[in-house]
Ligand binder design. Structure first.
Ligand code: GNR
Ligand code: NI
Length: 167
């Protein structure tokens, strides 16, 4: 088990597209453990592989950790099968520490993925869970939530980031 360094905005790995996972072996198990440990340590809701420098299509999520009964969810090669509604809510990202902004997301999603053994499953999520799934799948495609900001808000963000980015 190891806590990995979380990559921050500006790191090119956050802008690359992750590749599908084809082998379910011990090195995958190691990556899952490291990602879970890193996510819990950072108190994140989710964490995508790009954020720890691995270009593989996997993310971890825990929607219950704040209630004190953690339930780790692992999504491998995830796909959104269907979605409905829209919600404009606040979002943050461990790779853009200290910042949050409201963006529009689908309110409800049906996601299809493989579990850590390679078995397919489907899960329907709404609210924050649906938002987090879309956020993590975006990471696997090199997309960050700030990409959805209006030109005006993006320019405000850029000024904020120059001053506040960790160095
Ligand atoms: O911790 C996180 N909180 C969060 C809040 C609203 C929408 C998405 C998220 S995911 C984020 C952790 C993270 O950066 N995952 O990639
Ligand atoms: Ni993120």
């Amino acid at each position: 088990m190891a806590i990995r360094k979380i990559r921050i905005l500006g790191d090119p790995v956050l802008r690359e597209k992750a590749k599908p996972i084809t082998e379910f072996n011990s090195s995958l198990e190691q990556l899952i453990e490291d990602m879970a440990e890193t996510m819990y340590q950072a108190k994140g809701l989710g964490l995508a592989a790009n954020q720890v420098g691995e270009l593989l299509r996997i993310f971890v999520l825990d929607l219950k950790q704040r209630e004190g009964n953690p339930e780790l969810l692992v999504f491998i090669n995830p796909e959104i099968v269907s979605s409905e509604g829209e919600l404009y809510e606040e979002e943050g990202c461990l790779s853009i520490p200290g910042y949050a902004a409201k963006i529009k997301r689908k309110a409800k999603v049906l996601v299809k993925a493989l579990d850590r053994t390679g078995k397919p499953f489907e899960m329907e999520l709404e609210g924050l869970g649906a938002r987090a799934i879309q956020h993590e799948i975006d990471h696997l495609n090199g997309i960050l939530y700030i990409d959805y900001l209006s030109t005006l808000k993006k320019n405000l963000f850029k000024r904020w980031w120059k001053k506040h980015r960790p160095r």
